[in-house]
Each structure stands twice: as C-alpha cells, then as structure tokens.
Ligand binder design. Structure first.
Ligand SMILES: [Zn+2]
Length: 264
C-alpha cells in the first residue's frame, strides 16, 4: 500500500531560468501506481533526481519546452542510460515539442545528429513524440499550448480522482485557465517575484512569464484547489511569491522547494 490513491509530486528542482545555490532548474517527478513520469529536466536537475529515482526507472519524460532550464539535463540522462550499470529493456519515451531530438543532440555534441558519428545514440535511448492528449501509463493526460516565445505546453495529469496541472513557462494564458479547470493542484510559473510583496507585477518580463499575483489570478479563475508557485529565480523570493499569489487566490498557496513531496 502506498497510502495515497491519486498521485505523488516530488519537486526535484524549481529554480527559475537558471540553477540556484539551493535548487537546480525545473524538474518535477509525478508518480502513480508505480509509474514515474518526469516533467522537465532542466539545468542541473539530473543530479538531485538520483536521490528519488534512477534514470532507468523512469517511465516517461515530458519536456514542456526547449529552453535550457527545462530540458538541458536530458544530455546527462542520455549518458547515464547508455553508460550506467542498469539498462532499460526499451527506449524511454520523451514527449516534447517538435525538434527536441535535434536540439538536444546538438547540445550534446555537434556531430551526434550525423550518420557519420556512428549511429544516432539519441534514437537508441529515447523515443521522442510530440504532445498528444490520451493515456500515459495510469494517467489521463492532456496538453495546452502556452504563451511563451517558443512552443511550450502545459500538462494536465489525472489519476485516481486527483489532478495536477503544470504550467511550464507562460505569460497570461486563457488556455492555462481552461486546462487547470477544477485541478486539485496548479503548479504554476510565478517567475515575477520581486524582493517585496507588490513589486512582482514589474518583475516578470511581458510575454514570457507570469507574476506571482497573476499565478494566483489564474488559479482563482480555474477554480484550482491549491496553488504551488514555482520558477522563482535565484534573485527572487519564494516566500514573497507565495505571499503575493495569496493576494489573488483564496485557497492554500505553497512555494515549491527542492525535495518537497505532495500527495493528492
Ligand atoms: Zn522558458
């Protein structure tokens, strides 16, 4: 018995835009019925991920978008899966925007994509697919395109009557409100979290991210049960982000912290 019927979220990394002194960039482990799906694998996240799960034990990876703070450590995952002692019986599914394989292969080594390099090591290890609504292991999954300069997908995962929605990166988005309708937990970009409560509206670049107050507004409009603000950069304040989000959302507000575990 696991003690929880729905799903479990583990914050592997939550630092916004760049790794911070106490947290890597974005990465969240979601588990249900022994199935493990990783949402994003940003800069530095592969290190602490191993406190929670070995790479070969993952069942799927979802990359919200191809900014380095959300995907770059897939290069480390590749190395672990090819050279680590434990191997998978099959390729690891990676659900990501189109072009992920080419982008990450180029980050890994310029020749990795060329046949002359001796085969496509990315295709040996990973099975790439673009986001599509349906089933993912025991989860019902759906996606929505967000308001960010590159193709970015928020994801909704449901299991056992519990629903988690992860925004990825986004500026103000009616699509996020619709995707998060009635979710038990909205894990939401709140990159604009200034040093003082009330300063956040100026702290998030337009068209890129939500302020913490906007994250609260999106949670309220969606009727979410709880809000977890995340993606606060090292130069911001998670505590202030939560306080500012609370000015717009009456429900419980948590600030993501590395290592935090929540069951729904
Ligand atoms: Zn981004």
């Amino acid at each position: 018995m696991t003690g929880w019927a729905g799903l479990r979220l583990t914050v592997v990394g939550c630092s916004g835009s760049v790794p911070g002194p106490d947290s890597p960039a974005s990465s969240y482990l979601v588990e249900a019925d022994g199935f493990r799906v990783l949402l994003d694998l940003g800069s530095g996240a592969f290190g602490p991920l191993q406190r929670h799960v070995a790479a070969h034990q993952l069942d799927a990876i979802v990359l919200s978008h191809l900014h380095p703070d959300h995907c770059l450590d897939l290069t480390a995952c590749l190395v672990a899966l090819r050279h680590g002692p434990a191997r998978r019986a099959s390729r690891l599914p990676v659900i990501a925007p189109a072009g992920a394989r080419e982008r990450l292969a180029a980050a890994y080594e310029p020749t990795a994509w060329a046949p002359a390099a001796g085969g496509d090591k990315w295709a040996e290890v990973f099975e790439f697919a673009v986001p599509r609504d349906g089933e993912l292991g025991p989860f019902t999954v759906s996606f929505a395109r967000m308001n960010h300069p590159v193709p970015t997908y928020a994801v909704r995962l449901s299991h056992g009557g519990a629903t988690l929605v992860y925004s990825g990166d986004t500026a103000a988005s009616d699509e996020l409100v619709a995707l998060a309708a009635g979710a038990d937990l909205l894990l939401c970009d709140a990159a604009g979290a200034g040093d003082e409560v009330g300063a956040g509206d100026e702290a998030a670049p337009a068209g890129l991210h939500l302020t913490a107050r906007q994250a609260g507004e999106h949670a309220a409009r969606a009727g979410a049960g709880r809000l977890m603000v995340t993606h606060v950069p090292p130069w911001g304040s998670r505590g202030h982000a939560a306080a500012e989000a609370s000015t717009a959302f009456a429900g419980p507000v948590l600030a993501a912290q590395p290592g935090m575990i929540i069951t729904l």
